[in-house]
Design a protein around this ligand. Sequence first.
Ligand code: ARG
Ligand code: GLU
Length: 672
Amino acid sequence: MKRIVLTLLACFSLLGARADEGMWLPALIGDRIKDMREKGFKLSAEDIYSINKASMKDAVVLFDGGCTGEYVSENGLLLTNHHCGYDAIQQLSSVENDYLTNGFWAKSQQEELPVPGLNVMRLVRMEDVTERLAAGEKAEDIVAEAKSEGYAANIQQMYYGNQQFLFVYEVFEDVRLVAAPPSSIGKFGGDTDNWIWPRHTGDFSIFRVYADENNRPAKYSAENRPYRPARHFEISTKGVKEGDFTMIYGFPGNTQEYVISDAVEYVAEVSDPMKIALRTERLNIISEAQSKSVEVRIKYAAKHANIANAWKKWQGEVLGIKRLGTVEKKRAYERDFEAWAKGKPEYENLLDSMRAAYDNVKDWYYMGELYSETGRTILLGQLAKLNSAEQPRWDVIEGIYGDYDVDVERELTRCVLKGFERYCLAGWFPATLQAEIEKYGGTIDAYVDYLYENSPSVSLQKAKAATREELLADPAHKLREAFVFEKKMYRNISNVPEIEQWYRTYMKALREWDTERAFYPDANLTLRVAYGSVAGYEYADGEYHHPVTTLEGIMEKDNPEIYDYNIPQVLRDIYASKDYGRWGVMVGGRYTVPVCLLATNHTTGGNSGSPIINGRGQLIGINFDRTWRSTMSDIEFDPTICRNISVDIRYVLFVIDKVGGASYLIEEMDLK
Ligand code: ARG
Ligand code: GLU
């Protein structure tokens, strides 16, 4: 009896361990559809991706080159996250019209605001071109042929080049802001709650895509009309419960699930700790300055959020890798692999070659990362370059100075140069920087003081008053040049060509050897499907985290004294009157509004803004985060703990209706 139970458990955990892992290519989703249907998906592979008819893929876009968005009306209405629309909202804001703080609700299409520079991309089709390339066709020709249809196109490698796919996109450049909640809702919880569950962020914003009279992409024009997507999502207002099927459709950016132990060790022992420590120091400087000045708080809000975001994520990643013992597990896996590879000439010495490649590369790769976390963050050097251009782009330059405080920058420069010195490998300190430091006082402190006293780029006024000769003689040029890194940096250390070349063979070998494993290509900002279910998790011994949060939690956090938790008065009033309209539901015996939900979908950066869909293909929310302790899922996915966080679509609708007074937008959507 005991034996049977143990065997059953072993089988279960083996299958379970793979359960919700994976970011699948939509064109190949047919391979997964049986599993998806067993888990509650009611539609077909053709509904997800088809080149013959409108399919869900036509309702999903790459938003602003790094997030995901989804159409929710036949008139091109597009949902994404507030943090994905943040740059656009900031760009359109001014002191008089502060849409970041107050929110924005266009009352009609005439009031929608064009966002110069913003684009969205729809995948027209993806096509396996491995054989065409193997047969001698040139990649440039294949891409050029696809582009001749008026599309954007590129070829992306899957499984480190074992497969190559052509991706063809339609690029829309007339994208307009329709609505955004105030940051006190859209960014509720701020960096305090970032990567955290329980979560209560109304992280959404609304855009509309415009096209020409033939429904084709066009530059901004008053003549353009709302784009009519081939497909948009219906919205489910019925809600979900623990265990319900969920699917995420979007553009995950970067994972490295198949790397060998040496790479994981580099990430967890070298790279992440260095980056975390350096960012801690920069964040301390910025936070301190922000606490003393409202102006600095605003100027550095976006920078602080950006620096803090990866900083917190890496901390979870290191913790997760250690907790899972990923390095040791991978070592054992590699030993088994080597035993199998013995006597197979193609694979026998493969891992040795890979380890040697990491050894050869890791010093310079580390230095490249150190450069980008230190010297390359110094704004003064970048400004010196822009200011001294033959024809300075003052519009760009003024924008940068707009979010710049000279005292903060001086301290940041000091901090990163000292950090650089501390983390620099012996023999790698740039000679030009050494010479500059010696020339101007001999210490980093003296050098930084010299720079900020003598550079004409320390302020917009000085830069504008300076002659071109003075700008060309700016001592900050040398600082910037010292941190020009001669090597190209890649997505991950494993993508450095000297290493990556071996992964092509390794992936091929793994797929021959580990026949039980369901392989999926690493994320690379191409369209993917992940599926799983609504689920809580055991957060700590005896402490279960439920997968649904409500307005009650917002009210518990509400505190006018704390910037991140100071909700708009209108929300307090609505709560007091319990006037939830059609969005009110019973949760745990209380009449309330659902806010966020937790699920087991395998996601990563880029999946922000992705639709989270129920088994009938209807939108139930917008993905915007993971829990920080699950961020090692970029390297190893742990189904017991890895969870993605979405804002419940009913909270989005509630805010549109009750806070924005914009129920006319809801009229446009298909509520089910
Ligand atoms: N952690 C989320 C992501 O990786 C949200 C980031 C934006 N929000 C913030 N509070 N910084 O992008
Ligand atoms: N917030 C992330 C994004 O902007 C998604 C969170 C994650 O890394 O899963 O894409």
